[in-house]
Write a protein that binds this ligand. Structure first.
Ligand code: F3S
Length: 761
């Protein structure tokens, strides 16, 4: 159609053509293996089996299967260790289409131009390393300021029916276009780049039926915040959330992407939506008509089988219904994305929960909410403020998702609307979402901020543990900036215009897609030339090092490990490896390890962070210092953890650092999926208490042994002996989810060691 602005040829088009050509044959093999009606998740996932002849009705939640994805995406933090590892494995080039996106390391302070200048200088060696490895190994390299990984994925790499994996937990954003996108760890990425099997626990499938249609102030963001309130941050663990019902067809592709993005907050493996006309429109507007034509040919199978929709409770593990017509705008927070409530309940909650009513900063954009639809709706509220002379009551920032969106915003005058209102427009990058926010006058006291991002863990945005962040849609974020209070409700309350009159904000409006098409924009993507032959890292640069392999297991029982820390309560990957200033050192394992578990709660030292007992010296010290003192004495150690250990971002360092510090075993009440796999890949023994109450038996000065290791087999429990300081012992049973292949990883010392050995054989 005429309004398509083709930005560039469709990336990996040959691969995509082959995918659509082979889809019917592969699906036929899956149907034969399953011999029952299929959900959409199953159709997409299992047509990507590494060995299609393995297709059978896998036991959801109980076994593993091996896949070959279509595309790998990595951001500049996770790509560092993924590429360091891939280099160690010594492959000449990547074996599947891959891309690196420079978005996480970009500063958010003064505005796009100045911040990019500073960031480009600060990160020059890291960017050069990533750009060189991309050029050498055949990877698309997206330069800093070009956009955020997930937005770029949606605009360039995602397509109906595809399977994308990405080294970032919000990779599922790419599922907005009718495929499945899954967050993985860096070591998994190495498998994918090496062309070997990528293993995934067979997910359950949760069906979410959407009925009705959103109206007024409600947006797709509210759908996922509501679902978080229903299911909690653990409710989607090891599951794909499959949306269906007439409501799905009313949501834009980018709205679906927002919902899928925050499936990560549910702990979900991914989310998926049936292919529809909104996806076709989005593909066309982003110059991918050829994909629409190919997808249309298999459209009947880009949705679940009819029998599934007729009897959902028979085919889904759980079914939840959300009526979009009655859905109110939601607010979630502080400190957890599932602390969800209706906006109209906020007034009462401010009092009841003792929240700080005054809003001190508002942020919008990010990978979660910076589509043209989001921005144009938000701008319609900003425009009302300009029309009535209403000012923002606190600093406000906008992080656009990509060059494409930003150039279109500029052309359509939307950027200018925000700027007139005093909003700081940041670089097309993660910025405050990932803690790169240089927050001026950071209050270092309890204070409230509101944003349209996806995470609100303590310290996430500004490093201040006392900042209480609330998640909302971009519409409500702008309204909050104008109202200035958490108790403000734009649907019932008014703001004061410059003439002193009360103004009731009108319902926001926007365009699902830019009516004039997307503006032409430089993509900021560099295609590999393969001219780079040698990768050099300046040894004086303390932010990047090549990796040394971890030691192999000695094949014996694990005896007498000192307890390093017994973690109590929530422990996300942000607690294991806090971001903030540390993210500069993700490329140097020795340096970044100094932050290990520094903000996790020690069950024996409540209120004292980074304070654990050193059994060698009899004194207390930082977690990393104690671990390093054991390591210096050639001693491994053990971490004991609570429920859902390692939830949150897929941060690879959260597994590599303990391993580097000689942690050999982690025993938890339960693990978050990606983190558990990351631990296994790094060669750590990840175990769970068969009886979660046995966690209580662990004492501060315990020595911990794992026996029965000669019989380390899939599905076979092991025994842990807790030797207490008073000479008594407790024997407890522990479970694990290791497959034969994962046991080999442990034997070799890491999955990478195994890969390298195979590569050299
Ligand atoms: Fe970046 Fe935040 Fe998204 S860190 S990738 S914008 S979740």
């Amino acid at each position: 159609t005429k309004d398509i602005n083709v930005q560039h040829p469709i990336r990996n088009i040959e691969h995509i053509r082959a995918f659509y050509k082979n889809f019917p044959t592969r699906l036929a093999a899956v149907r034969k293996g399953f011999n029952r009606p299929l959900t959409l998740s199953e159709k997409i996932l299992y047509t990507h089996l590494y060995h299609i002849e393995d297709a059978r009705d896998f036991k959801r939640g109980h076994e593993f299967a091996n896949f070959r994805p279509d595309q790998l995406v990595m951001e500049d933090l996770t790509a560092q260790s993924a590429m360091q590892q891939f280099l160690v494995a010594e492959f000449p080039k990547v074996q599947l289409p891959s891309s690196i996106h420079c978005d996480h390391l970009t500063l958010a302070s003064e505005g796009a131009i100045k911040d990019l200048k500073v960031s480009n200088y600060d990160n020059r060696v890291t960017y050069k390393f990533l750009s060189d490895v991309s050029d050498k190994l055949g990877i698309d390299f997206w330069e800093p300021g070009a956009g955020i990984i997930h937005q770029e994925t949606l605009e360039n790499y995602a397509y109906p029916g595809c399977l994308i994996v990405g080294c970032d937990s919000h990779t599922p954003n790419g599922s907005g276009l009718g495929g499945i996108a899954i967050g993985i760890g860096g070591a998994d990425a190495v498998d994918c780049m090496s062309g070997v099997e990528w293993e995934l626990p067979v997910p359950k499938v949760i069906g979410v039926k959407l009925t009705g249609e959103l109206k007024g102030w409600s947006t797709p963001k509210d759908v996922i915040l509501k679902l978080l309130g229903i299911l909690s941050v653990k409710g989607g663990t090891n599951a794909i959330i499959e949306y269906f019902g007439p409501g799905t067809d009313t949501l834009s592709a980018t709205g679906k992407a927002t919902i899928a993005n925050m499936g990560a907050e549910l702990g979900a493996t991914s989310s998926v939506f049936p292919y529809d006309s909104h996806m076709m429109d989005y593909l066309r507007k982003t110059g991918r008509e050829e994909i629409v034509l190919m997808a249309n040919k298999i459209a009947g199978d880009l949705r679940a089988d009819k029998a599934v929709y007729e009897n959902p409770s028979k085919f889904y593990d759980q079914v939840i219904t959300i009526d979009l017509s009655t859905l109110e705008p939601q607010v979630s927070g502080p400190f957890s994305p599932d602390a969800d409530m209706n906006l109209s309940e906020m007034k009462e909650n401010v009092k009841k929960k003792g929240l700080s009513d005054k809003i001190e900063a508002v942020l919008i954009g990010s990978c979660t909410n910076s589509s043209y639809e989001d921005i144009s709706r938000a701008a319609s509220i900003a425009q009302q403020a300009l029309d009535h002379g209403i000012s923002v009551k606190c600093p406000m920032f906008l992080s656009p998702g990509s060059n494409l969106v930003k150039a279109t915003m500029d052309r359509d005058g939307l950027t200018q609307v925000f700027q007139k209102l005093g909003v700081t427009v940041l670089a097309n990058a993660c910025g405050p979402c990932v803690g790169m926010w240089n927050r001026k006058n950071n209050p270092k006291r309890k204070n409230t901020i509101v944003h349209g991002f996806n995470r609100n863990f303590r310290k996430r945005n500004d490093g201040n543990p006392l900042t209480e962040a609330f998640l909302v849609s971009p519409d409500i974020a702008v309204a909050y900036a104008l109202g200035g209070r958490l108790s403000f409700n734009p649907m019932t309350d008014t703001v004061t215009g410059k003439d002193g009159k009360a103004v009731k904000l009108e319902v926001p409006h926007g365009n699902e897609l830019p009516p004039k098409g997307f503006a032409r924009a430089g993509t900021g993507c560099h295609t590999a030339t393969f001219k780079t032959k040698v990768i050099k890292i300046d040894p004086s640069y303390d932010r990047l090092r090549l990796l040394d392999p971890f030691p192999a297991w000695n094949g014996k029982d694990i005896q007498g490990l000192p307890l390093l820390i017994k973690v109590k309560g929530k422990c996300t990957t942000d607690h294991i490896s806090p971001a903030g200033k540390w993210i500069h050192y993700v490329g140097n394992i020795s340096r970044i390890s100094d932050n290990t578990l520094s903000v996790a709660d020690n069950a024996f030292q409540p209120g004292k962070l980074d304070h654990v007992f050193n059994q060698k010296t009899g004194t207390y010290d930082k977690v990393s210092s104690v671990a390093k003192s054991y390591k210096a004495a050639n001693q491994f150690s053990c971490v004991v953890a609570d429920e859902n250990y390692g939830e949150g971002s897929s941060r690879e360092q959260a597994a590599m650092q303990p391993r580097y510090l000689n942690v050999q075993v982690i025993i938890a009440r339960s693990f978050a999926r990606i983190h558990e796999t990351n631990l296994k890949k790094q060669g750590i023994l990840a175990l769970t208490f068969a009886n979660p109450d046995d966690w209580n038996k662990v004492q501060e000065k315990d020595r911990i042994s794992v026996v029965g290791m000669k019989d380390f087999k899939p599905g076979k429990p092991l025994t842990v002996i807790l030797s207490h300081a008073d000479g008594s012992q407790d024997r407890v049973q522990v479970n694990h989810t290791y497959t034969d292949r994962q046991i080999e990883w442990f034997r070799y010392g890491s999955s990478l060691n195994m890969l390298r050995a195979q590569n050299q054989a």
